[in-house]
Design a protein around this ligand. Structure first.
Ligand SMILES: NC(=O)c1ccc[n+]([C@@H]2O[C@H](COP(=O)([O-])OP(=O)(O)OC[C@H]3O[C@@H](n4cnc5c(N)ncnc54)[C@H](O)[C@@H]3O)[C@@H](O)[C@H]2O)c1
Ligand SMILES: Nc1ncnc2c1ncn2[C@@H]1O[C@H](COP(=O)(O)OP(=O)(O)OP(=O)(O)O)[C@@H](O)[C@H]1O
Length: 521
């Protein structure tokens, strides 16, 4: 039997002989256990601890740098999308200009509504019959060629007797009865050393159709009998009186067909990819339901959104839909451009940028909260790279101004007119007496990070939906989306806003003080 060995606190090995006593095996075991404990407890070799600290700090710096790069990429992707949008707008404007030039040169001089209708019929002919165009002899570009039916794979059982091209419209800004085609931003001038700001730019926006709208998407709140009845009526009226293409969700198409085979003309889409093309086809979206249905409608358009006409059952008179829709289809329409936020989730554990998530686009707000965890959230917030604060409480709401009357309001945020561009920064039940809500300008990028020392995960939700978990090290990056939601007004944006806070929220409702009683002398 070989001698057993153990290591003492000073690191030297001690050797016991098996002949020393009969308990040698258990003794050596006890000795080795003690030795291991001593090794664990003894201080490290001088310098090693410092090296380890340095090494872990270096690793953390590298991780931070990598995360910054990924976040930078997310912002760059959002910027690229914005540039693409600008390019497409510019290209469309150029094509329209070209069309105008051709018209003035006599190529398409008789391009009017009737001609456009004739043209629609021609374009439904097979390709070989479409070579010659009456208006431009097939040589030049007309609107109908640029915009004619593209990717959307509409229900093939439906006879499409009309061309699905987008109606053109123009926006103009009004102020005190004056009209202007250009949206004047606040410009600071300093003529002769005096600083002045230009005319206020917050004006009522008016949308004027340049060609008649042809396709209406109707979205309805599910499981509501009054909504279903109104939808049946409205679809029939829009088809028979206005001769429009009608699109509905697959669920609604099934409901309509279950009601009557009369509704076979109603169109729908087949899969989610088709849904992504809707913005290229739809001229107008009508929602039948409440605010949640408007949020649903906006969520269907990740990019540009067609004008939305909300019919709120219960609160507004849906009986008047014929007059309201007639005047909207004729135009001009007063609209509110409701801003949206775009969000990306940057995962700490992501091995490549493709594992990050986004953009998610919200009309009301993005909320980061503690979910089912009973611990305080611990959220580090940065605005364009500057540290804002650490939110310790139930969570944080980043809200648009049109969402300021929703969850942000319930958490103590201000109500803000929807045409004010900005991002509301509203804590949820902060565990501090001095945490007041903030409002930041629309051009900032906000970053909310769950720090590594957070006791729990956080949860993020988008307009109250699509909950996702944020692990320590994960970040949410949020900025203003380039695609607002144009919403038709009943009167104008200010009157509608005030009406919604009076009627919907009973803002500052108080019994009027009686006249009798003490008066100032
Ligand atoms: N404590 C709260 O107030 C609270 C809590 C969770 C969610 N919400 C809100 O609910 C929204 C989701 O709405 P939903 O309809 O899918 O859920 P929901 O059916 O639970 O409706 C929530 C309520 O919020 C109202 N609402 C939604 N957007 C509004 C807005 N911009 N202005 C005024 N009121 C608004 C709706 O009319 C509805 O009454 C979220 O975006 C969030 O703002 C509020
Ligand atoms: N077309 C739809 N498909 C699926 N879900 C929808 C659709 N339209 C609305 N919803 C969902 O139904 C819920 C209720 O909708 P909505 O807010 O319109 O009704 P409401 O709560 O009765 O209205 P109010 O705003 O008056 O309280 C929302 O969560 C919304 O996301």
């Amino acid at each position: 039997m070989s001698p057993s060995s153990s290591t003492s606190a000073n690191g030297k090995a001690s050797v016991s002989s098996p002949t020393e006593n009969g308990f040698i095996d258990s003794l050596s075991l006890l000795n080795s256990e003690k030795a291991i404990r001593e090794i664990i407890e003894q201080p490290m070799l001088p310098g090693i601890e410092d090296h380890l600290v340095e090494f872990s700090e270096a690793l953390r710096t590298v991780a931070k740098a990598l995360r910054r790069v990924t976040e930078g990429k997310a912002v760059a992707i959002a910027e690229a999308a914005e540039w693409k949008r600008k390019y497409e707008l510019e290209r469309d404007r150029y094509l329209q200009l070209e069309q105008k030039v051709l018209s003035s040169e006599g190529h398409c001089s008789e391009f009017n509504v009737d001609k456009a209708r004739d043209l629609e019929e021609q374009t439904t002919l097979p390709d070989e019959n479409r070579e010659q165009c009456d208006l431009c002899s097939g040589k030049d570009i007309c609107d109908h060629q640029v915009l004619r039916d593209g990717g959307l794979d509409l229900d093939s059982s439906v006879a499409q007797n009309k061309l699905m091209s987008k109606a053109l419209f123009k926006l103009s800004w009004y102020c005190k009865g004056e009209k202007s085609d250009r949206h004047k931003h606040d410009i600071v001038s300093f003529e002769k050393g005096d600083i002045t700001t230009a005319e206020r730019s917050s004006k009522q926006i008016s949308l004027k159709w340049e060609s008649p709208p042809q396709t209406v998407l109707i979205l309805t709140k599910p499981n509501s009998t009054s909504v279903r009845v109104l939808c049946l009526e409205m679809v029939r009226w829009l088809k028979e009186q206005k001769n429009l293409n009608i699109l509905v969700e697959p669920r609604v198409k099934a409901e309509l067909l279950a009601e009557s085979l009369y509704y076979t003309f109603v169109q729908t889409w087949i899969d989610d990819n088709d849904m992504l093309q809707l913005h290229t086809k739809v001229d107008l979206v009508v929602t039948l339901g409440g605010d949640g249905t408007v949020l649903w409608a906006a969520s269907m358009f990740k990019g540009p959104v067609p004008p939305i006409v909300p019919f709120s059952l219960g609160s507004l008179d849906s009986e008047r839909y014929r007059e309201d829709l007639s005047s909207i289809l004729h135009g001009p329409i007063s609209i509110t451009l409701k801003h949206r936020l775009q969000c990306h989730i940057i995962r700490e554990a992501a091995k490549s940028e493709y594992e990050n998530e986004g953009p998610m686009v919200v009309l009301n707000e993005v909320t980061i909260d503690r979910g089912i965890s009973s611990f305080l959230t611990n959220l580090e917030c940065y605005c364009d790279g500057s540290f804002v604060t650490c939110v310790q409480g139930d969570g944080l709401i980043l809200s648009t101004t049109s969402g300021s009357t929703a969850y942000s309001l319930a958490a103590g945020g201000s109500m803000v007119h929807p045409q004010v561009p900005g991002i509301l920064f509203t804590p949820i039940c902060p565990h501090s007496l001095s945490f007041r809500p903030l409002m930041l300008p629309e051009h900032v990028t906000l970053r909310v990070v769950v720090p590594f020392n957070s006791r729990s995960h956080a949860w993020v939700s988008f307009d109250g939906k699509g909950r996702k978990q944020l692990a320590p090290g994960d970040a949410l990056v949020c900025s203003m989306a380039p695609w607002p939601v144009p919403t038709a007004c009943y009167v104008d944006s200010t009157t509608d806003f005030l009406r919604s806070i009076h009627d919907g929220l009973h803002w500052n409702l108080r019994k009027t003080q009686s006249f009798d009683g003490p008066h100032d002398p």
